[in-house]
Design a protein around this ligand. Structure first.
Ligand code: IPE
Ligand code: IPE
Ligand code: MG
Length: 247
């Protein structure tokens, strides 16, 4: 049986997050420069988004560029920024065909103006799509996001809109860039690294982590299905005992 056939529709994660890693290594392996790897990573994003939408996943969040990635060589950063703009424009049809709404999280104000504008335009064009939300994490890091949330909360507090007692997990969640989305049930990272690299630290408190040695440009629909099947075979206990869950 293929992995796709093994997926139990009733147990499908509503939100999948992906750390798309390994573009550089994939390119170097074949004697090409790192940017070649980023270019080939786009097809993998398209496949993953299509596969997730077809299955009925409601939210797919992909880590495209971290706050730390700004420190890469200037040439690579510039190439990535140009690639984002081109891709966003070229993939309009994919988003339309699959009824996918585009969204972005991160310190978007730090993006080059041109990128910011084109990103906002693309988001606007997909605002009525309702099959799945595809969120691009761009210039994103969890610590930035959490500090940003704390600043917003301090503002509310200073304006006497809230007291310390109002500060619940739910309220805090509303100040994060992912406000309104469920926490991801499954987080996938490619390229064999087993770390979160500053991605969704608050939201992934109880997320099932799945690491694969596949490099991002090699990641296919079947790999997504395999990750989902692996997730569905786990027991999510949330601190309870197995006996409590199976009573
Ligand atoms: C992930 O691939 C893409 C981005 C971080 C933008 P990498 O560029 O990190 O590839 P490796 O990890 O060096 O192979
Ligand atoms: C994480 O990958 C960020 C993205 C995938 C966008 P990195 O390649 O930047 O992470 P580290 O530096 O290996 O942890
Ligand atoms: Mg990497």
């Amino acid at each position: 049986m293929s992995f796709k056939e093994q997926i139990i529709p009733e147990k499908l994660p509503a939100h999948i997050a992906i750390i798309m890693d390994g573009n550089g290594r994939w390119a170097m392996k074949q004697g090409k420069d790192r940017v070649f790897g980023h270019q080939h990573g786009i097809g993998a994003v398209r496949n993953a988004a299509e596969a997730a939408a077809e299955l009925g996943v409601k939210y797919l969040t992909v880590y495209a560029f971290s706050t730390e990635n700004w420190n890469r060589p200037r040439m690579e950063v510039d190439a990535l920024m140009s690639l984002f703009v081109e891709t966003i424009e070229q993939e309009q049809e994919t988003l339309k065909k699959n009824n996918i709404r585009l969204n972005a999280i991160g310190d978007l104000a730090s993006l080059p103006k041109e990128n910011y504008k084109k990103l906002m335009d693309a988001i606007g064009r997909t605002k009525d799509h309702n099959r799945m939300v595809l969120t691009l994490a761009m210039s994103y890091s969890s610590r930035w996001e959490i500090l940003d949330a704390v600043k917003k909360i301090l503002e509310d507090y200073n304006r006497k809109k809230i007291t310390a007692d109002d500060l619940t997990e739910a309220y805090f969640g509303l100040k994060l860039t992912t406000a309104g989305m469920p926490d991801p049930e499954l987080l996938i990272r490619t390229s064999g690294e087993s770390r979160l690299s500053n991605f969704l630290l608050w939201q992934a408190a109880y997320t099932e982590l799945y690491f694969t040695s596949k490099l991002w440009p090699e990641f296919e629909k079947e790999d997504l299905y395999e990750a989902i099947v692996n997730y569905q075979n786990r027991e999510r206990r949330f601190g309870l005992t197995s006996q409590q869950l199976n009573r």
